[in-house]
Design a protein around this ligand. Structure first.
Ligand code: 5GP
Length: 116
């Protein structure tokens, strides 16, 4: 699989497109989803060119998981929830629409998700 460096999140990483940043470090970026499925819907992406989780180099696992924990904890605090829904779609067959690895974080109960 070849990585398309013209995808939207690659452009956000290169600051060619704007985003509402929540957190950033050397290896990862977290920003608000443009079409949130709940209040606080946040995306975490690695800065490495990886289309799906299967292309993520092992050397980036720790950075991604550290950011997921940091941002998840911040969202719990900000939205007063005990739980965070996290999901990740790897591959178009799984419903992935932007071909740069991203993790969804939703500080919500599954019962309050938008369905339309
Ligand atoms: P997927 O379906 O690939 O797992 O999720 C892609 C997510 O990216 C969707 O939730 C969608 O709303 C979000 N998204 C698509 N384009 C943009 C954009 O230009 N900016 C931001 N912040 N999010 C986007």
């Amino acid at each position: 699989m070849s990585y398309d460096n013209q995808n939207i999140f690659a452009k956000i990483l290169r600051e060619e497109l704007p985003c509402i940043k929540v957190y950033e470090d050397e290896h990862t970026l977290a920003f608000m989803d443009i079409m949130p499925q709940s209040e606080g819907h946040t995306l975490v992406i690695p800065k490495v060119a990886a289309e799906t989780l299967f292309e993520l180099p092992a050397s980036h696992y720790e950075a991604c998981f550290n950011t997921l924990k940091k941002v998840g904890n911040a969202l719990k605090k900000a939205f007063g929830t005990e739980g965070i829904m996290m999901f990740q779609l790897s591959g178009a067959d799984a419903g992935q629409t932007v071909p740069h690895l991203h993790f969804h974080l939703l500080p919500t109960s599954i019962h309050t998700l938008r369905t339309s």
